[in-house]
Structure formats: C-alpha cells, structure tokens
Design a protein around this ligand. Structure first.
Ligand SMILES: Cc1cc2nc3c(=O)[nH]c(=O)nc-3n(C[C@H](O)[C@H](O)[C@H](O)COP(=O)(O)O)c2cc1C
Length: 339
C-alpha cells in the first residue's frame, strides 16, 4: 500500500492523499503567458491552471502567494485578497479546485522589503531599516501601530479567503518577505517584543496565526510556511528549526509547511533531513517541498518520515498530470517492489 496515496487529516480538513502543489506565483517560463496575465485578476486561464492540477488527483492545491495589503504587493500579475472585490475571483478558484476533488489552499503574503513600490506608490516596510541585500532599497521600520495594522490585514485576508471557500490558509513566512524578515536576526534589529530572541522574532507570525485561528474557526486549517535553509548563513541550525516549529504549534497552528532546498538530503551535518527533525519536534503534520521530482521521491518522503505531505513544485508546473502518473505508478506492482 502506498503511503503517498493515504488520506491525511490536517486540523479540520481531510486530504484524500499526501500529494501537494506548493504555492507558486505564475511568473515562470513553464507557465503560458495567458495564464500569467497582466493584472492579477483571476481569469478563466488562472482558474484552469489550478483546476487541472487538482483534477489530476493532487490532494492539496495551495494557490500562490496572494497579497494582503496594497503596501505588500510584489508582482503586477500576483493575486490579491485585500478587498471584497477580490472575493468572486478567489471563490471561482476555490470552487474549481474543490469540485475537482482536491482541498483548496491559499498562501497569504506581504512583500515587506521585497514589495515593489512602483505598484502602490509608497515606501516599503520592514521590521528594521535594513536592506534585503547590498544595493537594495532600505525599508522603513514599522512602528507598533503599523505592525498591528498589518497583522489585522492578514487576519482580514484569511477571513476573506475562508469566505471564498479556501480550506487551508497559510502565511508566507519564508523567502525574505515581510514575515520572514521578522525572523531574520540581521534584518530584525528591533529592541521591543518583536525583536531580540528567536521567540520574540517569531511573535509577529505567532500572533497572526492565533488571530487567524480565532477568525476562521473550523472553516479552514491555518498555519505558516517557514524556511530555515535560507537562514543558514545567519547561523540557523537544528535548535532554531525546533524553536520555530514549536512556536507554531504553541500558536495552535494546524500544520507546519517547510520550504527546504532538498527534502531527501540530511541537514546540519547530521543524518536526519530537516523534515525528519521538524517531525520529531511536533505532533503537527509537516508539509515539505524542495527537489521532489518523481513519484518515488514523493513516496520515499512519506515512507521515511521526511514529511507528511510531499509538495511537488516545478515538476507539477511542467506536468499538470503529475499526480495522475503518481497514482498509476503507486498501484503498479513495480512500485510496491521498490518499497
Ligand atoms: C515559479 C515559482 C514560483 C514560486 N512561488 C512561490 C510562492 O508564491 N510562495 C512560496 O512560498 N514559494 C514559492 N515558490 C517555491 C515553491 O513553492 C517550492 O518551494 C520550490 O519550487 C521548491 O520545490 P520544487 O523543487 O519541487 O520546485 C515558487 C517556486 C517557483 C519555481
């Protein structure tokens, strides 16, 4: 019996199998120009892009990083969830994914220092006035009232997403955007309750998860995507991974989504992968993505305990029927032999 094809409960939702499509903005050579579009509106082509991957049998389809506030917009063609006028498009997406048999998920983002001020005519924001990298724009430091306002925007966007029918809602707390900047010991130089120790630097995320949980209730699973590997140069290792995962658990997250460079590779010089370490630190289901290309990679991910959901990014962008091929392989005798 394939482990990959086994159902999984995540908070209030049941996945039919453990194959996930991770959030991916459509700006990719693998995505046809009509799907990318010009404006960030949910067109029929955008709906079809996600519906196809759902209809192939992907258990969880997480719609790309979707912006919670104009000041956090990163891509002209990116989706938005900060105004009731966005609900019909989001509802069309959630409904198409659910009707195709998959759990509709969505990721919520604020670009922070990586936002594009050309899109909203303002300044960029960060935990401290530290540029994302050399030569890049220095963001303005958020004052407490701005922090509370942005937290509120995430909660409002989550409420809007739940109203639109999404059953899995994750914060984008990875890859250098606003929430990840709070985690960074370099970019977060604050001396208040949102800076200092890693527990304090996680507070921005923890607070939002708690408030989302209250706002969304049983309508959707809520949690966050974090990336530890992007902070290795900042000295992050196993203890930081464990602290981050446990902070999310204490905030009543329903899951932890780990973005890693290679799911099946040992981490931090030991013999366990980041997913295995995260799973040993929490009871929560752990989603993993990074370098999973074949169905057997995904099956190994689950069978060897690297994660509870195997998310397939670029391979699923280039092959919308990836999950269908996986299901066929998993029921064939050769797949059973390979385990
Ligand atoms: C075109 C593209 C867009 C992406 N957009 C997002 C995104 O919106 N949010 C996010 O957390 N990660 C994003 N990622 C990262 C993927 O979710 C995934 O973690 C990464 O591609 C590694 O998985 P893979 O090796 O299976 O592709 C993106 C990746 C690609 C290739």
């Amino acid at each position: 019996m394939s482990r990959l094809m086994t159902p999984l409960r995540i908070g209030p939702v049941q996945l039919p199998n453990r194959i996930g499509m991770p959030p991916m903005v459509r700006l990719s050579p693998h995505v046809p120009p009509e799907v990318i579009g010009e404006t960030g509106d949910v067109t029929d082509a955008v709906v079809e892009h996600y519906r196809r991957r759902a209809a192939a049998g992907t258990g969880l389809v997480i719609v790309e990083a979707t912006c919670v506030d104009p000041s956090g917009r990163v891509w002209k063609q990116g989706l938005n969830a900060f105004d009731p006028s966005h609900i019909p498009g989001l509802r069309a997406l959630a409904s198409a994914i659910a009707t195709a048999g998959s759990v509709p998920g969505i990721q919520l983002v604020h670009g922070g220092p990586q936002a594009d001020p050309g899109l909203f005519g303002g300044v960029t924001w960060g935990p401290s006035a530290v540029a994302p990298s050399v030569g890049e724009l220095e963001p303005c430091e958020l004052e407490l009232r701005d922090i509370l306002r942005i937290q509120g925007r995430f909660v409002e966007a989550a409420t809007l997403a739940a109203e639109a029918g999404f059953r899995f809602i994750e914060l984008h707390a990875a890859h250098g955007y606003l929430l990840d900047s709070f985690i960074s010991p370099i970019r977060n130089q604050r001396t208040d309750a949102f800076g200092g120790s890693l527990e304090n630097r996680m507070r921005m995320i923890v607070d939002i998860v708690l408030r989302m949980k209250v706002a969304v209730g049983e309508r959707a699973a809520v949690g966050a995507r974090i990336s530890v590997f992007t902070h290795i140069a900042d000295g992050f290792g196993e203890p930081e991974l464990v602290t981050m995962v446990r902070s999310l658990e204490q905030a009543h997250s329903d899951f932890v989504d780990l973005s890693v460079d290679r799911v099946l590779r040992p981490a931090f010089g030991g013999d366990k992968s980041m997913g295995q370490l995260a799973r040993s630190a929490t009871r929560l289901p752990v989603l993993v993505a990074g370098g999973l290309a074949t169905p057997m990679d995904a099956e190994r991910t689950i069978a060897e305990g690297h994660g509870d959901v195997a998310c397939i990014g670029r391979a699923m962008l280039s092959d919308p029927d990836w999950a269908k091929s996986a299901a066929a392989q998993m029921t064939s005798p050769s797949a059973a032999d390979a385990r």
